[in-house]
Design a protein around this ligand. Structure first.
Ligand code: FEO
Length: 398
């Protein structure tokens, strides 16, 4: 059964939500699912904005057919060649061979790489090129490295709609409500929007800043991203979040405690630190066991908070592996500009503190507060004072 939704007078949502895939990009857990968004614009000419992941192809093609209602498809605009949006492109072209594909030259090259050929009718566009569908006039704007090099966006100057590719997207399947103002976005979606941004796009803060400056020059009434709800109100709030995230600024003054603990003694010291911080008035502390929390969530929480307490055992004379993976991922995403405090543990030769410090010092604008609290197997009673001193130092900088 088709499942299309009108978005505005001429625009129809033909995307599909996916609750079956466990791992987005085969690495990020998506317990709330994900949507692959696609839109049909009906004018004197018709246009389809992006295709979908192969996993939802059947529903997608049914939706496109329903939206066109017997009309021919004139244009297919391809904003981004990552297969979660482009895997169904060549199948679409078999169904609508008369359609002209509109995309960047780099995307056309990627089509040959992915498919071994490219669509017979292809129009390569560059920054500022336009396309009139009749009442609607489209302007194409490039968004390289947000988060692939071939990415572009489309601005409909008639209805002031920005088709933003992966930008302003989020994990999370849609449940019928297509607009962000129809769901509890801040309460139920924001954590996944942050996790999506920092893990998928977070490494490319500077290109995102370039796009945000371009967007600031446009009168945007609606944002249609490739994942998650459509934005038609409170746009400034969501754009502001992306501005903070892409500048690597903390979203909130606050403490996240992350521990890697083998038998629980490092965890006990980390949780004592939580209590000591609370006794100093620190609110909204969040603690995570790195062994039980997916790295994508830990990275997102590091992005949110201003201060991170990292407590970790020594393992094979190195950093306990879940924390080692976190530090590797943070570096890979160009993470920067945070305040850290360290607790290490080791039964015969604690090494993790020194090694964690060396990893953090490779990140930009990092500060490490106080001395590393060094445990030998478990916190000795006298070390309450060391933890308290570190808690004082953290609280003083919040
Ligand atoms: Fe949603 Fe970069 O693809």
């Amino acid at each position: 059964m088709q499942n299309i939704q009108p978005i505005s007078q001429d625009l129809i949502y033909v995307g599909v939500s996916d609750r079956r895939t466990a791992l987005f990009e085969n690495v990020y857990p998506i317990p709330r699912g994900v949507s692959y968004n696609s839109y049909v614009l009906l004018d004197e000419k018709t246009a389809l904005f992006d295709t979908t992941d192969a996993s939802v192809a059947s529903q997608f093609f049914e939706n496109v057919q329903a939206a066109l209602a017997g009309r021919r498809l004139d244009y297919v605009v391809v904003h981004h060649m990552e297969p979660d949006h482009a895997a169904t492109l060549m199948d679409l072209m078999l169904r609508y061979p008369e359609a002209m594909v509109v995309t960047t030259a780099k995307a056309a090259q990627m089509m040959e790489q992915f498919f071994g050929s490219k669509p017979a009718q292809l129009q390569a566009v560059k920054e500022g090129d336009t396309l009139s569908l009749g009442r609607h006039n489209l302007v194409f704007t490039m968004a390289p490295m947000v988060h692939w090099p071939e990415v572009m966006m489309t601005y409909d100057t008639t209805d002031k709609v920005l088709f933003s590719a992966d930008a302003f997207g989020t994990f999370g399947a849609l449940s019928g409500n297509i607009f962000a103002d129809e769901v509890n976005f801040e309460g139920e979606w924001l954590n996944d929007a942050r996790r999506y941004f920092v893990n998928i796009v977070g490494k490319y803060g500077q290109p995102v800043q370039v796009v945000l400056k371009k967007a600031a020059a446009l009168d945007i009434q609606m944002i249609c991203p490739l994942h998650g709800p459509v934005w038609r109100s409170n746009l400034e709030w969501f754009i502001g979040k992306h501005d903070v995230w892409s500048r690597y600024e903390p979203e909130e003054k606050g403490v996240v405690i992350i521990y890697g603990s083998i038998y629980g003694h490092t965890e006990a010291a980390a949780m004592r630190m939580g209590t000591l911080l609370a006794q100093r008035g620190v609110k909204n502390i969040k603690a995570y066991d790195a062994s039980r929390t997916h790295t994508s969530k830990l990275v997102a929480e590091c992005w949110r908070a201003s201060h991170i307490v990292l407590a970790c055992s020594t393992y094979n004379n190195g950093i306990f592996t879940p924390v080692e993976e976190l530090l590797h991922d943070l570096k890979a995403h160009a993470f920067q500009n945070r305040t850290w405090a360290l607790i290490e543990n080791g039964t015969w030769a604690p090494q993790s503190g020194k090694l964690m410090r060396a990893e953090l010092e490779q990140m930009k604008d990092i500060s490490i507060i106080g001395d590393t609290v060094s445990l030998k197997s478990a916190a000795a009673p006298a070390q309450e004072e060391q933890l308290a001193t570190l808690a004082d130092a953290i609280a003083a900088t919040l």
